[in-house]
Design a protein around this ligand. Structure first.
Ligand SMILES: *[C@@H]1O[C@H](CO)[C@@H](O)[C@H](O)[C@H]1NC(C)=O
Ligand SMILES: *[C@@H]1O[C@H](CO)[C@@H](O)[C@H](O)[C@H]1NC(C)=O
Ligand SMILES: *[C@@H]1O[C@H](CO)[C@@H](O)[C@H](O)[C@H]1NC(C)=O
Ligand SMILES: *[C@@H]1O[C@H](CO)[C@@H](O)[C@H](O)[C@H]1NC(C)=O
Length: 160
């Protein structure tokens, strides 16, 4: 029986855990300064069908980052548009890999969940460079859950 138990554990570990929207929202509510992302996420229906990649690495821009990137009207407009929210969040998601800051390689590009768009990891300090060349620094690193990892960043990542 003991042997069977070990086998079962091994088998379970081999199964790729799916993106879990409940867990995602829970994490966002426990972190400071990410209420804009939380608001955006709550506008999206069927999160699980949007973010199918697992494990994942999700970058969460702070509220200050959103304020710096958009004026009030732009932000309200953005937060009402599911298409825009889904694309923007997809660009903040590395699909299929859990990348801890200790695994960051300077200049390594990762495909994001947004088709054809990449972001690049930087080290010392750990950060992310987007398609426009802007650099986001990580303010809270390595918040891990079963299905992935979250990093809070100080800049909204933008693509062309
Ligand atoms: C999703 O996360 C919630 C909260 O952490 C947990 O209770 C639930 O079991 C998870 N669902 C799956 C399918 O793992
Ligand atoms: C949240 O933002 C405030 C104001 O910018 C800052 O003072 C505080 O350190 C931030 N908290 C975390 C956990 O980053
Ligand atoms: C959402 O934004 C897209 C891209 O900017 C735009 O084409 C679309 O009309 C917007 N949808 C709504 C409901 O405003
Ligand atoms: C995400 O990864 C999964 C599994 O590798 C793949 O099937 C899917 O096409 C990827 N999605 C995007 C948008 O790259």
């Amino acid at each position: 029986m003991k042997f069977l138990g070990v086998l079962l554990v091994l088998c379970t570990a081999g199964v790729t855990a799916q993106f879990n929207a409940t867990e995602f929202v829970e994490v966002l509510t426990t972190l400071s300064n990410v209420t804009t992302v939380l608001t955006a996420v709550l506008q999206l229906t069927e999160l699980e069908s949007i973010f199918t990649g697992s494990p994942f690495t999700f970058f969460l821009p702070t509220d200050d980052a959103f304020e710096a990137a958009y004026d009030d009207i732009e932000l309200v407009t953005l937060l009402q548009n599911q298409t825009v929210i889904a694309s923007l969040l997809s660009y903040h998601l590395i699909n299929g890999t859990r990348v801890l800051t200790t695994d960051f390689v300077n200049g390594r590009a990762f495909e994001t969940f947004l088709e054809g768009e990449t972001i690049t990891t930087l080290t010392e300090p750990p950060g992310i460079q987007d398609a426009t060349g802007a650099v986001a620094e990580i303010t809270t690193a390595d918040v891990t859950v079963d299905t992935g990892v979250f990093h809070v960043i100080d800049t909204v990542l933008q693509y062309e």
